[in-house]
Design a protein around this ligand. Structure first.
Ligand SMILES: C[S@@+](CC[C@H](N)C(=O)[O-])C[C@H]1O[C@@H](n2cnc3c(N)ncnc32)[C@H](O)[C@@H]1O
Length: 278
């Protein structure tokens, strides 16, 4: 992207820092994502579409799983993320992947009978989750699967001992997503949208964890807090001094080996398109 061009970003931004954060987030969730893809039957030769792929961390791992006989299409609205994804693919010598810059709300998805659609942490950020599911459902072949990791109960995120500033911060995050047209607790509505479109729900399970400061999922969340506080200051949704107080509270908790965090609840959904569907 040329210098000075405004990227089509989202509420969390599309800066290099957000790319790094998404990479850390992906690494923290990799065992969970890999197990999910196994349950969904993602295999060599499959054609996969990753909707709202970001810089493509998951898409690139999926490309390795489906191998040379398979293919991954990563669709994403941010030109900056698309460029970062293409660069990573070139760097890793991965050629069975395409990155397409498009808006899930206004553009058509590339036609094609995909074996798998993967959608993670996207539905919370779009104006219309129904439109997202509708488009995704059309490009999965009969017998193929739609697979989601999306938030269902963001407010489950909390700490013990209680961190009052973090509690207030979590409320602000949820309000900021809603003010931008999104919905943090979006996942509960997705199964019905899928069944209405000819899918059978094979699995729906919560992914919520209770972890201490040394756990990778703690790192996932603390990295998010660090970068998102900067974003909230930039968007004038909180002051720098308040952000620093939240950072301090989290740092203290991190130094307490007895501290615990319950993660924001994600729901894993694996849904298979009925063979009679179009
Ligand atoms: C939290 S990130 C998740 C990225 C990726 N799915 C992952 O798991 O790392 C949300 C992504 O959704 C993308 N996004 C949000 N609204 C979109 C839209 N209308 N069309 C395409 N992408 C969109 C954002 O640009 C961002 O890359």
């Amino acid at each position: 992207m040329s210098r000075g061009t405004v990227d089509r970003d989202y509420i969390l931004g599309t800066t290099d820092q957000e790319t790094l954060r998404l990479g850390i987030q992906h690494e923290s969730w990799l065992p969970l994502a890999t197990a999910c893809w196994e349950r969904a039957g993602v295999s060599p030769g499959h054609r996969v579409i990753d909707v709202g792929a970001g810089p493509g961390f998951a898409a690139l791992d999926l490309a390795a799983i489906v191998g040379e006989s398979g293919h991954v299409t990563a669709v994403e609205r941010s030109a900056r993320f698309v460029e970062a994804g293409k660069e990573m693919a070139r760097g890793r010598g991965i050629s069975n992947i395409d990155f397409l810059e498009l808006d899930l709300m206004t553009d058509e998805l590339p036609a094609g009978a995909h074996d798998v659609a993967w959608c993670r942490w996207v539905a919370s950020f779009v104006d219309s989750p129904v439109t997202l599911v509708d488009k995704l459902a059309r490009v999965v072949r009969p017998g193929g699967v739609a697979v989601f990791h999306e938030y269902a109960d963001y407010g489950s995120w909390r700490y013990a001992p209680t961190l009052p500033l973090l509690d207030e911060y979590i409320g602000r995050v949820m309000r900021s997503w809603r003010a931008a047209g999104g919905e943090p607790d979006v996942a509960t509505g997705i199964p019905a949208m899928l069944t209405e479109r000819g899918f059978c729900i094979e699995l729906i399970e919560p992914r919520v964890f209770c972890v201490g400061p040394r756990h990778p999922l703690w790192t996932w969340i603390s990295t998010f807090v660090e970068s998102n506080l900067g974003r909230l200051v930039e968007l004038q949704q909180c002051s720098e001094s308040w952000a620093n107080s939240v950072r301090g509270e989290l740092r203290n908790a991190q130094n307490n080996p007895a501290a615990l965090m319950i993660t924001p609840m994600v729901i894993e959904i694996i849904a298979r398109k009925n063979s009679s569907s179009d």
